[in-house]
Design a protein around this ligand. Structure first.
Ligand SMILES: Cc1ncc(COP(=O)(O)O)c(C=O)c1O
Length: 441
């Protein structure tokens, strides 16, 4: 039964096109690592963190020790050391913790590493593009810590003046730059300057959406501009397995010994906050898949992939603009777009999402800044180009997609016509089937 459902999902993915900006298609190698016998293995603890500079062979030759609570780690230690070494290389980090099970776990571990209950975090509001884990009242972290929000201005940029004023007033212990629906490039150096005036303030970037663009060299790296910590998911633009990753700058030491609480010791404070602070046994099959994905992202082809993701997003934005779609912030500098379909076509985001599901194009309904509508039927949709670019689609295909979006919006606004939806579905399927999933190759 489950096997059949997985096969049906494979067909859905083959025959449709994925426009959700937080999704991607992994390689066969990543998929196989995830579905491997490593899932049988417990490996609580960490491998040795010494000698992680240099290439893979050098890293493996140096040591295979670890601080683990179970035997039989001769392979898992090597795999996790390679995952850490590759992540450090990819993101210019002093340290990488590859164990977080997800992006949410990664963020919670950083909060737990640095904050005491009641401490203040300054983060982008959910309504303006921040993530749930940045202090939405429904989350556990919002019950424990005090989140204060900065907004995005009318120009679509972070309101840096507001951020500076709030930093002065609230003296946050963490300033967090990160988002799930923001189309500009943050000015990390400006935020670092603001934070320098706040004592004991950790600079944290949640780059879950753009980590692949950073790895591909088309987006600045916050760790290069004075940020202490960068969290990310590994499954979005980075094109790895579902999971989390924490990169940091500072002194790396033995995670068994509790270090003094200083910004310099943040790598070890984070290791202890991941295990045993907030997680048990790491998912070594996922860590292996992360290592494979980081290896793929270190190749020159990944740079050209990242460039194409951004070029496709720009082409899609332009094609949508000339088709009268309202683009929040006027365009995009990264991989994602937010459309206000209520103002342009008089339809809510959820109805548009459902209409597009019928033709095999997948995106998600999303609130727009200062949205007056309810969360389950907001004014907008969010879409992006990481997955379709992996399938090999180019800028001319973005015009075709914009055309399908326009025709579907008209159908949706006009009540729908079964035959017209079916015709559109055939067109989408033809393009999709001519670009196989990477795991089908
Ligand atoms: C900015 C940001 N942080 C964290 C997360 C959470 O990641 P996960 O779903 O792996 O917990 C997401 C996922 O959408 C995200 O966009």
């Amino acid at each position: 039964m489950i096997f059949e459902l997985i096969e049906q999902e494979r067909v859905r993915q083959r025959e449709g096109l994925e426009l959700i900006p937080s999704e991607n298609y992994v390689s066969r190698a990543v998929l196989e690592a995830m579905g491997s016998v490593l899932t049988n293995k417990y490996a609580e603890g960490y491998p040795n963190f010494e000698g992680l500079d240099g290439n893979d062979d050098e890293v493996l030759a140096r040591t295979n020790e670890g601080h683990r609570y179970y035997g039989g780690q001769e392979n898992t230690n090597k795999i996790e050391r390679l995952a850490i070494a590759r992540a450090r290389r990819l993101f210019h980090a002093d340290h990488a913790n590859v164990q977080p099970h997800s992006g949410a776990q990664a963020n919670n571990a950083v909060y737990y590493a640095w904050l005491k209950p009641g401490d203040t975090v300054l983060a982008m509001s959910l309504a303006d593009g921040g993530h749930l884990t940045h202090g939405a009242p429904v989350t556990q972290s919002a019950q424990v810590y005090n989140f204060v929000n900065y907004d995005v201005g009318a120009d679509g940029e972070i309101d840096y003046e507001m951020l500076e004023r709030l930093a002065r007033e609230c003296r946050p212990k963490i300033i967090l730059v990160g988002y799930s629906a923001y189309m500009k490039i943050p000015d990390f150096a400006r935020v670092a300057k603001i934070a320098a005036a706040v004592p004991d303030c950790l600079l944290m970037a949640d780059m879950a959406h753009v980590a692949g663009l950073i790895a591909g060299g088309v987006h600045p790296n916050p760790l290069d501009s004075g940020f202490h910590v960068m969290t990310t998911t590994t499954h979005k633009t980075l094109r790895g397995p579902r999971g989390g990753l924490i990169l940091s700058r500072g002194k790396v030491s033995n995670p068994l010994k509790k270090p003094e609480r200083t910004l310099e010791n943040i790598p070890t404070l984070i290791d202890r906050a991941v295990f045993p602070g907030t997680q048990g046994g790491p998912l070594e099959h996922v860590i292996a898949a992360k290592a494979v994905a980081f290896g793929e992202a270190l190749r020159p082809e990944f740079q050209s992939y990242a460039q194409k993701v951004v070029a496709n997003a720009r082409a899609l934005a332009e094609a949508l603009r000339v088709r009268a779609f309202t683009i929040v912030g006027g365009g995009t500098d990264n991989h994602l777009l937010l459309l206000d379909v209520m103002s342009s076509h008089g339809i809510d985001g959820k109805s548009f999402e459902r209409a597009l599901d019928r033709i095999g194009l997948t995106l998600n309904a999303n609130a727009i800044p200062r949205d007056k509508r309810k969360a389950f039927a907001p004014s907008g949709v969010r879409l992006g180009t990481p997955a379709v670019t992996t399938r090999g689609l180019d800028e001319a295909d973005m015009v075709t997609i914009a055309d399908w979006l326009q025709r579907t919006a008209k159908l949706c606004a006009g009540g729908g016509d079964e035959a017209a939806y079916a015709a559109l579905r055939d067109e989408v399927q033809e393009l999709a089937l001519s670009h196989p999933l990477p795991s089908d190759n």
